[in-house]
Design a protein around this ligand. Structure first.
Ligand code: KG4
Ligand code: ZN
Length: 355
C-alpha cells in the first residue's frame, strides 16, 4: 500500500509554509517546515458562547482583531522570520464568507508583499490531511483509506486514494454530527459548543439508560435532525412531569445521546468499509475529539484487524496546521492561487470522476 511519502517526496532544502485558517470561529496561524508543524496558534472566539452558536458578523470582526497577533505569534513560535517563508496557504472555503474573506485578504496581501507563492486550501480536505502532520510515532495512514469527517458543519465518509484524490461516499442530508451535539446541548441548557460538554458529562452516565432512534438510511446518507427532534419531544414530556428532569438526569441523557450519535456514525463506517474493501480507517474534524467515538473506532479496528488513526487533539478542531499540510500537498504538486482567487462559502468537491 502506498505511503504519503511514496507519492509526495520531501523537498530539500525544506519549505516553510505559513498557513492561515479563518473559516468559522477560530482564528489560527501555523508554520510548517515540510510536514512538520513548528507552530500552531489558535485564538478561539469566546464572544459566541453567550449567543449559543456562531454569529457570522461577530466572527468576521473578531478575525480582523485576531489575525495580525495570531500570525505574529505563529512566526515567532516557529523561530523564523517572514523572510524565511516559501509560501502562504489559506482556507478559501467552505465556511462563513465574511470570516473566509479576512484570512483570504490577509494571505493575498502578504504573498504579494513578499513575492511568494499563494496556495488555496479546501478546509474539508485539510481536516483529512491533518493525519500526515509529522507525529512522534511517525505512523500515518496508507492509501487507500476511509475518513469519517465529523465537524460542526459536515458529516462525511470520504475515500482517499492519494493525497489529492478524494471522493465523498456518504454525507448528511440535514444536520451534521457536531451540530446535533450542539443543538441537543442547547436544548438541555448546557452552553456552546455542546460537544465537549456532552462528552464530559457522558463519562458519568449510562449510555443505555434512554433509547433514542439510531437512523438507518442508505449507505450514502446520514441524518441527525430526527434525533434532535426526538430528544426535544422526550424532554418536553419529562419536564411536564418533573421540572428538574434535565438537571437530575444530565449524565444519563448525555451518555445516551452520545451513544446514539456515535453508533450512527460507526455502524455506517463499518458497512462502507466492508463494501469498499478498505482496511484503514481514520476520523477527522471537531467531533473526532469525542472520547467515545475514538474508543469505538479503535474497537472497530480491533474486531476486523483494520488499522485506525485518530488525530492529535490540537489537529481535530479547526486549526491552521492542517491547512499548512494541505497547502504543502498543493505546493508540491505545483498548484498556485492567483491574487484574484475568491473565497467560496460552499465548494463542490469530492464527486466521482470530477475531483
Ligand atoms: O471542526 P470544528 O472545530 O469546526 C467546524 O469546522 O465545524 O468542529 C466543531 C464541532 C462542534 O460542533 C463541537 O461541538 C464539536 O466539533 N466537538 C465535539 C467535541 N469537541 C468538539 N463533539 C463531541 N465531542 C467532543 N469532545
Ligand atoms: Zn472544521
Amino acid at each position: 500500500m502506498p505511503q504519503f511519502t511514496d507519492i509526495i517526496s520531501e523537498p530539500s532544502p525544506g519549505v516553510y509554509i505559513l498557513a492561515i485558517e479563518s473559516s468559522c470561529d477560530d482564528t489560527s496561524a501555523a508554520v510548517l517546515l515540510n510536514r512538520k508543524a513548528l507552530s500552531n496558534v489558535v485564538a478561539s472566539q469566546k464572544i459566541h458562547e453567550e449567543f449559543g452558536g456562531v454569529v457570522p458578523e461577530l466572527a468576521s470582526r473578531a478575525h480582523q482583531v485576531n489575525i495580525v497577533p495570531v500570525v505574529d505569534a505563529a512566526i515567532k513560535k516557529a523561530g523564523i522570520t517572514m523572510d524565511d517563508l516559501g509560501a502562504i496557504a489559506y482556507t478559501s472555503g467552505p465556511g462563513l464568507l465574511g470570516s473566509l474573506l479576512v484570512g483570504t485578504s490577509f494571505a493575498k496581501s502578504l504573498a504579494y508583499a513578499k513575492s511568494i507563492p499563494l496556495i488555496e486550501v479546501n478546509h474539508m480536505k485539510a481536516h483529512i490531511l491533518a493525519h500526515f502532520i509529522e507525529n512522534a510515532d511517525d505512523e500515518y495512514p496508507e492509501f487507500p483509506f476511509l475518513c469519517l469527517t465529523v465537524s460542526g458543519g459536515h458529516t462525511q465518509i470520504v475515500k482517499i486514494t492519494a493525497p489529492d484524490e478524494m471522493v465523498i461516499l456518504s454525507e448528511t442530508i440535514d444536520d451534521a454530527a457536531g451540530e446535533a451535539f450542539d443543538k441537543i446541548a442547547k436544548i438541555m441548557g448546557l452552553g456552546y459548543p455542546g460537544g465537549p460538554v456532552v462528552d464530559k458529562l457522558a463519562q458519568m452516565g449510562d449510555p443505555r439508560s434512554i433509547e433514542f432512534p439510531i437512523s438507518n438510511l442508505p449507505d450514502d446518507q446520514f441524518s441527525f435532525s430526527g434525533l434532535k427532534t426526538s430528544v426535544l419531544y422526550f424532554l418536553q414530556k419529562k419536564i411536564d412531569e418533573n421540572p428538574d428532569y434535565i438537571e437530575e438526569n444530565k449524565a444519563d441523557l448525555c451518555a445516551s445521546v452520545q451513544y446514539t450519535i456515535v453508533q450512527t456514525l460507526i455502524r455506517k463506517l463499518e458497512k462502507v468499509a466492508k463494501r469498499e474493501g478498505v482496511k484503514t480507517l481514520v476520523v477527522a474534524g471537531g467531533v473526532s475529539a469525542n472520547s467515545e467515538l475514538r474508543r469505538e473506532l479503535f474497537d472497530l479496528g480491533r474486531r476486523h484487524g483494520w488499522s485506525t488513526f485518530v488525530p492529535e487533539f490540537q489537529y481535530c478542531t479547526d486549526n491552521a496546521a492542517m491547512i499548512g499540510l494541505a497547502g504543502y500537498v498543493q505546493y508540491m504538486i505545483g498548484a498556485r492561487a492567483q491574487l484574484n482567487s475568491v473565497a467560496t462559502a460552499r465548494i463542490e468537491w469530492g464527486k466521482e470522476d470530477k475531483d
